[in-house]
Write a protein that binds this ligand. Sequence first.
Ligand SMILES: Nc1ncnc2c1ncn2[C@@H]1O[C@H](COP(=O)(O)OP(=O)(O)O)[C@@H](O)[C@H]1O
Ligand SMILES: O=P(O)(O)OC[C@H]1O[C@](O)(COP(=O)(O)O)[C@@H](O)[C@@H]1O
Length: 318
Amino acid sequence: MTNSTKIATLSLNPAIDQTARVPEFTAGRVNRVEQEQSDAGGKGVNVASFLADFGPRVAATGLLGAANAEPFVALFARKGIEDRFVRLPGRTRVNVKIVDPILDQVTDINFPGLEPHPDDLLRLTETIDSLCADTDWFVLSGSVPAGVHATIYAELVTRLKARGKQVVLDASGAPFAEAVGRGPDIIKPNIEELSELVGRPLKGRAEVLAAARSLVEQGVGLVAVSMGAAGALFVERDGAVFATPPAVKVKSTVGAGDAMVAGLVVGTLHGLDLAGRARLATAFSLGALCELGPNLPGAEVVESFAARVQVSALDAVA
Ligand SMILES: Nc1ncnc2c1ncn2[C@@H]1O[C@H](COP(=O)(O)OP(=O)(O)O)[C@@H](O)[C@H]1O
Ligand SMILES: O=P(O)(O)OC[C@H]1O[C@](O)(COP(=O)(O)O)[C@@H](O)[C@@H]1O
């Protein structure tokens, strides 16, 4: 990685994540919150925040409500992230994350978000074009708000690849399906998102591997399929590995996938082989699981997690 490498993350639909710790959370009854925390988040913001903890120059862009931008501005200032968000009138959505430490599960309530005006999207395109002057990588992450066409990621991947940029895509549904054939360098669906993309439930590693390989054949550089506590599968043209995480004490699973995306970018910048990238990406996820909010523990802790990740060549385990 050179010191001048710059990465921009794009969040069309950022969120303030309101985390509530509720032991034995139960739908349909009164639940009491034991502890709460509020963090600037959303997939692209999280990726920017994890990357900034690990060194490269980072810019964050996208669409942000002007009326409640303070937590984002504070995060960017604290982590040295260049703030290139286009401001919209109104408030960024607040997503609710209910963490149940007894049943060991997280319930996500994600709101639709602010609908941009076509002029806002024009300003965003101008910002992305101007970022192209000094940015090597673009990470496009998260849901697409109402009022934005489902082809937006497809158009952006094509535009950025035509300019020689590295492009990472972490999306779902129609916007993901539209863009996947445009040659992104890295994609990171979770198993549900991949099942939706291929239009059938995927059972077992062999089926996941076959689905991921078909995307590599369509021109995706690296497909990482995350499967929660079971681990993740990483496939590129020349190989496939499965990375199994050690059992850890989880504070919250929110942002684990975003950390994996950040780890894949850092691993690629460091020139790691596929097993090394799988190991580092999983270690980033483990780091995120042990913190609330989009933060990683120190490099030594991430490295100690990396040493405990089991990586196996996939032909041996499929
Ligand atoms: N409970 C857990 N214990 C250990 N590792 C986990 C756990 N949950 C997630 N991970 C790690 O984080 C990665 C990303 O998590 P996942 O939930 O699959 O992503 P997403 O948030 O995108 O759905 C997993 O592939 C795994 O390596
Ligand atoms: O854009 P979406 O798909 O609604 O997701 C937004 C949510 O995703 C998160 O970025 C977490 O993502 P992951 O748990 O998949 O890493 C939250 O911060 C945010 O509330």
